[in-house]
Design a protein around this ligand. Structure first.
Ligand code: G6Q
Length: 555
């Protein structure tokens, strides 16, 4: 697979930062400070000055953090932690193409990490020019394709325009793109629709195929490796539907894949777009993995706005002062809550229905990146790495799981995401407030209630308070702010990985289950071939499951 020139030169540089997190002087300081964290329930604890000053801004977002259990001393120690761990310096190295996806001294992926290059295309000189040039070349190909669709030069067999697109992909080739499509559906080109097939559950594909006019539909098959079982199986299922409908798949199917992958076969596709080895799946939304579908749905100018927003936040993430760098500050506050105040999970709660799948994307981005147990030198971690990430949009979640967040025995830090105005602008006054005001009032009320709590004689109605949260707020959910929000979280995850000294860019942990499933399927395939046995999977609840367990489990 291709790597831009200079990759090897960068490898040496990547090993410069290795530290034991628990031996940093900031660790000792923060451990000490964690014995008496800021008391948000004390009278006057949430003063107007604190609320005004505890705010970091970038790329259209305000990060409000007065409801965190931090004071000036803790913030100074967090600034020290950022410096001691070289968080920003490492981020800049990443953007310039250092080989950071590696474990020193062990076989590992040995790759650069250059998702930021997909949007570092607006400055006269990119930090990673070779990668940005590759991104620009793919964008140009995409622009031509979109123009051909728009101008009616690229039409179906009957000379009709394409109205629908089905994205077939899984994991990083599904979650982020799907989250962004849903977030920005309000800006889509009228008459265009996008559908997603990801699960190998045949009902996923069947449900999407039912009711689609295949003749007017493009199928965008997205797989960096070009070898993912679910995606290849679903591609075959959709191809079969085209053949059965008397349509020629190569006039409808698009590929997004790595150069040289098994899917890199332009003859089978109407168009082939490429993503590169140095872009991890979960960081690939702004590469062709998300861009082809988003360009089709929203149009090229909106796609460019997403990239601009992401680029603005990438630039802000290079700011060394944590109070001017929301991504870094959010990363540090997360570390404070997780490693020093002992909170095991993090709820990400968008007060925006359009962000209904954004937490699911972040769950992958964060947990696949930072769910690690060894350092970048292969040593067992003596500190906690990534927390469990979960969440659903508010206000719906308030009627579901907030009871535990307010009164449960586990302290769950929350990150609220909100917008001052709605996307569609369709609203009404009921009892003198709009629905958007009701939404935001609820967001703010939750942050305050969690922080300050409520004393009460009746123990069942008591709220202990001191439950930390942060609020990310922008004017409106637009392609630009969506790009900025995406990049903010990508940078947050990466900063935490740098500070924990882990490799946030591989995912060895997903291999074992995959390997066992492959062995199991080979076994079923053998049975079917040898004896015509056809009930392998149907019988999985009976003897086949027992047999599988016997076959796979260590004796
Ligand atoms: C993401 C992971 C993983 C990957 C999927 C799909 O970082 O690597 O979620 O995106 O397994 O892989 P392909 O794009 O290769 O089909």
């Amino acid at each position: 697979m291709e790597q831009p020139a200079g990759a090897r030169d960068q490898r040496q540089a990547s090993s410069c930062f290795s530290h034991d997190f628990n031996k940093l002087s900031a660790w000792t300081q923060l451990e000490e400070l964690a014995r008496s964290p800021y008391d948000l329930t004390a009278p006057g604890a949430l003063s107007p000055v604190r609320i005004r000053d505890y705010r970091a801004q970038a790329a259209g977002f305000d990060l409000l953090y007065s409801t965190q259990r931090v004071d000036e001393t803790v913030l100074a120690a967090l600034q020290g932690l950022a410096e001691e761990s070289g968080a920003v310096a490492q981020f800049r190295r990443m953007k310039k193409g250092a080989v950071l996806n590696r474990i020193e001294g062990y076989a590992s992926e040995e790759r650069q990490v250059l998702h930021t290059a997909c949007r570092d295309i607006f400055a006269p000189v990119s930090l990673a020019p070779a990668a940005s040039d590759q991104a620009k070349a793919e964008l140009e190909k995409l622009a031509d394709f979109l123009v051909a669709l728009e101008a009616g030069n690229l039409v179906n067999e009957a000379g009709e325009p394409f109205t629908d697109l089905v994205q077939v992909g899984i994991g990083g080739s599904d979650l982020g793109p799907r989250a962004l499509y849903l977030a920005l559906v309000a800006c889509k080109i009228p008459g265009r629709r996008v559908h997603f097939i990801s699960n190998v559950d045949p009902d996923d594909a069947a449900a999407v195929l039912n009711g689609l006019d295949l003749a007017k539909t493009l199928v965008n098959v997205v797989s960096k490796s070009g070898s993912t079982l679910e995606t290849l199986t679903n591609e075959e299922m959709v191809r079969k539907a085209y053949v059965e409908a008397g349509l020629e798949p190569s006039r409808h199917f698009i590929a997004v894949t790595g150069k040289g992958s098994p899917m890199d076969n332009p003859a089978r596709y109407l168009r082939s777009f490429y993503m590169f080895d140095y872009i991890g799946g979960r960081y690939s939304v702004t590469s062709m993995v998300g861009a082809v579908m988003l360009g089709f749905a929203l149009g090229y100018p909106h796609l460019i706005e997403i990239l601009r927003g992401a680029n603005a936040m990438d630039l802000a993430a290079e700011e060394p002062d944590i109070r001017r760098n929301p991504a870094l500050l959010l990363a540090l506050l997360g570390i404070w809550n997780h490693n020093f105040l002992g909170c095991q999970t993090l709820a990400i709660l968008p007060y925006s229905q359009a962000l209904s799948r954004f937490t699911a994307h972040l769950q992958q981005c964060d947990m696949e990146s930072n769910g690690k147990s060894v350092t970048r030198q292969g040593k067992a971690l003596a500190w906690e790495s990534g927390p469990v990430i979960w969440g659903e949009p508010g206000t719906n979640g308030q009627h579901a799981f907030y009871q535990l967040i307010h009164q449960g025995t586990a302290i769950v830090p929350a990150e609220f995401i909100g917008f001052r105005t709605s996307q569609h602008g369709r609203d009404l006054l009921v009892e003198q407030t709009t629905s958007q005001e009701k939404l935001l009032a609820n967001l703010l009320a939750q942050a305050l209630a969690l922080a300050t709590g409520q004393p009460e004689d009746n123990p069942n109605r008591r709220f202990a308070g001191n439950r930390p949260s942060a609020v990310l707020i922008a004017d409106r959910l637009t392609p630009y702010t969506m790009g900025a929000l995406l990049a903010l979280y990508e940078a947050k995850v990466v900063f935490q990985g740098f500070i924990w000294n882990i490799n946030s860019f591989d995912q060895e942990g997903v291999q074992l289950g995959k390997k066992l499933a492959t062995r199991l399927l080979a076994h079923y395939a053998g049975l079917r071939q040898d004896s015509g046995y056809s009930g392998a999977v149907a019988d999985v609840s009976g003897w086949a499951l027992l047999e599988a367990a016997g076959m796979l489990l260590p004796k």
